[in-house]
Design a protein around this ligand. Structure first.
Ligand code: ANZ
Length: 893
């Protein structure tokens, strides 16, 4: 055994051992309790970042701990390998996305192996592998058959210069990222999945407590995204006729409202720019046509629509109020969404914040129709209670006045129904999932276009439709359009005449919606999933970032339910428990450049400048950076997420090289609980390393004592029954087993930071133990260190593996990987002696030790006989002795 802790050697040897024994391969074993623990699959961006290290170490600790507790644990890994960054990299470097992706996968896999993760690599999945995406295509065809997938036109971002569709993230301030051209919205056909058919079930399992192992806030985010909304759908009649003389929409403009109680407060109506009434009005109004055109530029995401300035224009048309019969002005508003409800709203400026802003801007009347506790209504300024449904009663509403919310809604819905103009309706915020992407690097949508027979599914026997891997996109649209091999020999499945392949590919969220089920049957060429999924699913613990709390989880839940309905899996929900790990943060340092931009500095090049009160007031360079000399003043921006753009990342590779994987793992586990943010601290990394060195050094000392018999005796509490422990050895065992009990509890709640601090307490106790000549000393010491090694092992497997076998623990307990988890020995927790504080006249003067079962008389006797008392009392006679059981003795003299 090396005297000095040589992390590189220790880690290399341990990893070689695990590889040689194929230590992490798991198979389905009905005789064992299964546990499926999985991290969200990474995008192969090039190299691991600290967030990965943290995520996978959490997963690894869980896996190793459960394996020692007798579980059959699966921890797989794979690659979310399709997507835009590969295309961008291809454009930059002129390499095909496939090559870039596979190179990155190879590198990142090596890094993961260097971290010592207990991954079963035999189950590795890359989503760009035809053996994987074959099943995306297959299930897509099944969904087409069932009507869950369907084709309709969709609005996309169109770059008029590059003549290409842009992803939302390629639109920056309404302009194409490459050309700077103003992006237009275009309607083109695409495929949708009917996730809305599952809306109620997706909502029910969130709200009915079927996901008890999920964080509340994630459940709330799912609930809000699904957005069930109960209201009234009704029509404003009108006699607006199109050029053909027919009434547009049959003379009815439908709206959806959750506030039918405010119907008497309507002072305008507004439609989306794409609404037929807006389009009609624009035909004879150039100004309006220009406005509608303008609305087309700008973002298409909901967030962008929600935050943009509310703008509109009157159409000059009116519709009729369904209850009063009065004319109501019709506007076009950019905040009205064509895809929600009916693409039209009744405008109630007094009680809807968007309508309020709109009315103030355009001088539209505001009419209050709800009163809350007689509060004053200010027509210039929005107050939150104006929109608070359910808080007040209706006013200024004719026969509906004086009603509370629900009664008013019921009465209005009734009145509308009587006129045949409307009824109650449930609307969902959730939209069907558009899966077509006009991009190259994704799963080809298995469709063939025939001039005569239209869009047809590729026959199942011809799957997979393989994506050519030799394309290098150049930014001018999807290279599949021109790829001869991709279209070669394609014929219409109906008439057999030459046809074209669909060139759209699938949203990469499809890939990540079921990879975790493929891990269960990764090599199956006959089926998407099989018995493996029956055995492993549902996943017991899923671990990933909060940024995936909405879409990825929702899509994966939907996809699972579709697979269930097709008889492929038996579970309703894929993830029993979910842990969202916190972000890794670091200090941010910057400086304004002469050109008005901002330059960020790497934390290692900077030191803090402290003010008089010790607070950080700024920073300065400690190394020259570019032209900037040492000492240059730099701004300190506080802490933020590690990111390339802020130049504040710490490269795991550097850390592993300098300190080893065990230190990197230990530090990320110790620095904060898994769900909390982690603020980077270099000196704490150093501290983690020192701790491991201490453990190593202790192990080398232990190896010097004779331990043949002793190591055999740690096999379990039963073999320790006959050992006589002296006072000191008993005290050591008490401490070790007390901490073990806490560590067990912390493992159960995945509170890994306190697991680590528990092991620190253990090493303190072991180092403090000096009475080597006392009875049972060696046994207690070796037992204690064996417990420490096992508690620490899930966090730092290499070092503990090495010590475990070097000290011969494996002879009694087998290899650490499968060694039995240490059991708390109840006998060790029984205290023979307790310590009581000793006070004289209420002042603390020392302590006494008495038997744990000592009665009052015995405690009094020991207190009065103690040296500390004798010294204080100086021979005075005690008047009274007060005893607080388990805590203190106060002698009054
Ligand atoms: C009138 C009203 C008065 C409304 C009031 C609210 C408060 P949720 O709850 O999210 O479903 N709305 C309906 N269709 C719309 C569309 N296509 N684009 C933009 N907004 C639309 O929201 C329902 C409310 O969103 C509806 O209720 C409608 O405004 C608006 F004091 O109708 B409300």
């Amino acid at each position: 055994m090396q005297d000095k802790y040589q992390h590189t050697e220790v880690e290399r040897a341990a990893q070689a051992h695990w590889t040689a024994h194929d230590a992490y391969r798991v198979t389905e074993d009905a005789g064992k309790k299964k546990f499926y623990a999985c991290s969200m699959l990474p995008y192969p961006s090039g190299k691991l970042h600290m967030g990965h290290v943290r995520n996978y170490t959490i997963n690894d600790m869980l896996t190793r701990h459960l394996r020692m507790n007798g579980y059959n644990v699966l921890m797989p890994m794979g690659w979310d390998a399709f997507g835009l960054p590969a295309e961008n990299a291809a454009m930059k470097n002129g390499v095909p996305p496939a090559q870039w992706t596979y190179d990155n996968i190879a590198y990142m896999k090596k890094q993961m192996q260097a971290m010592g993760l207990a991954i079963d690599w035999s189950r590795e999945v890359a989503t760009c592998d035809p053996d994987y995406y074959h099943w995306n295509q297959w299930l897509f065809l099944k969904m087409l058959e069932k009507g869950i997938a369907y084709r309709k036109t969709q609005v996309v971002n169109w770059d008029p210069v590059d003549q290409t569709v842009l992803a939302n993230e390629q639109v920056i301030d309404g302009k194409g990222w490459r050309t700077g051209a103003t992006v237009e919205k275009r309607e083109i056909p695409g495929y949708y999945l009917k996730i809305t058919d599952y809306a109620q079930e997706l909502l029910d399992s969130v709200t009915d407590g079927q996901l008890p192992g999920w964080p509340e806030r994630v459940k709330l985010m799912q609930e809000n995204w699904i957005g069930k909304s109960e209201g009234v759908r009704f029509a404003f009649p009108h006699d607006i006729r199109g050029d053909d003389g027919a009434l547009i929409g049959g003379g009815r403009m439908y709206v959806f409202t959750t506030r039918a109680d405010t119907i008497m407060g309507v002072t305008f109506c507004a439609v989306a720019p794409e609404h037929p009434l807006a389009q009609h009005a624009a035909r004879s109004n150039a100004q309006l046509a220009a406005f509608i055109e303008e609305c087309k530029s700008g973002g298409t995401t909901e967030a962008e629509l929600a935050t943009q300035e509310k703008r509109g224009m009157a159409t000059g048309l009116t519709v009729t109020h369904p209850l009063t019969g009065e004319p109501v002005d019709l506007w076009v508003g950019n905040y009205v969404l064509i895809g929600y409800g009916d693409g039209a709203v009744m405008g109630v400026p007094a009680h809807d914040e968007r309508d309020f802003a709109f009315a103030l801007k355009y001088g539209i009347e505001i009419k209050q129709v709800v009163l809350v506790d007689g509060e004053h209504f200010d027509y210039q300024q929005w107050n939150d209670w104006y929109g608070d449904k359910g808080a007040g009663v209706t006013i200024n509403s004719d026969s509906f006045s004086g009603l509370p919310y629900q009664e008013a809604v019921n009465a209005v819905a009734h009145a509308l129904a009587q006129k045949g103009l409307g009824e109650k309706k449930t609307t969902w915020r959730l939209r069907d999932w558009g899966v077509s992407r006009q991009r190259y690097w994704g799963t080809p949508i298995p469709i063939i276009h025939c001039d005569e027979h239209g869009a047809l599914p590729v026959p199942e026997k011809d799957l997979p439709v393989v994506l050519p891997t030799d394309c290098v996109p150049d930014g001018s649209g999807n290279p599949l359009h021109h790829h001869a091999g991709f279209h070669a020999g394609v014929v219409c499945p109906v008439c057999g005449k030459a046809a074209r392949r669909e060139t759209d590919t699938m949203d990469t969220f499809v890939d990540s919606s079921w990879y975790f089920m493929r891990y269960c049957d990764p090599k199956n060429t006959e089926a998407m999933v099989a018995e493996g999924a029956d055995y492993w699913m549902p996943m017991d613990q899923y671990i990933g970032g909060i940024e995936h709390a909405i879409l990825h989880l929702l899509y994966a839940r939907f996809w699972t339910k579709v697979m269930r309905d097709l008889g492929l899996v038996k579970v309703d929900e894929p993830f029993t428990k979910l842990l969202t790990q916190g972000m890794v943060l670091n200090h941010i340092y910057s400086r304004r450049t002469d050109k008005g931009g901002k330059e960020y500095f790497w934390p290692h090049d900077v030191e803090h400048v402290l003010g008089d009160d010790g607070k950080v007031v700024g920073a300065r360079l400690i190394h020259a950076v570019g032209d900037l000399p040492v000492g240059t003043a730099i701004d300190y921006e506080g802490v933020g997420t590690m990111s390339k753009s802020k130049n504040n990342g710490v490269d795991p590779q550097d850390l592993i090289e300098k300190y080893g994987a065990d230190t990197a793992r230990l530090y990320t586990m110790f620095a904060s609980p898994p769900e909390a943010t982690l603020e980077w601290n270099d000196s704490a990394v150093e501290g983690s390393y020192r701790f491991l060195r201490r453990v190593w050094n202790f192990g080398t000392k232990l190896s010097a004592i004779d331990q043949g018999a002793a190591s055999a005796s740690v096999a379990g509490a039963s073999s320790l029954k006959d050992v006589e422990f002296g006072k000191e050895a008993k005290a050591l065992r008490l401490e070790i087993h007390t901490v073990l009990k806490q560590v067990d509890y912390d493992y159960q709640r995945m509170q890994y930071n306190t697991v680590v601090s528990g092991t620190m307490k253990m090493i303190n106790a072991l180092e403090d133990f000096k009475a080597m000549d006392s009875a049972g000393a060696q046994v207690a010491l070796i037992e204690g260190f064996g417990i420490l090694l096992r508690c620490l092992y899930p966090a730092t497997p290499h070092l503990t593996h090495s010590l475990w076998s070097a000290l011969g623990y494996d002879r009694a307990l087998g290899e650490l990987l499968d060694a039995p988890w240490p059991q708390v020995d109840p006998a060790a927790l029984v205290q023979d002696e307790i310590e009581l504080m000793l006070q004289v006249n209420g002042k603390l003067r020392g302590s006494i030790h008495v038997g744990a079962q000592a009665d009052r008389a015995e405690i009094e006797r020991v207190a009065l006989a103690s040296e500390a008392f004798a010294k204080q009392a100086g021979g005075a006679t005690p008047k009274k002795v007060v005893i607080v059981p388990g805590r203190l003795v106060n002698v009054v003299v």
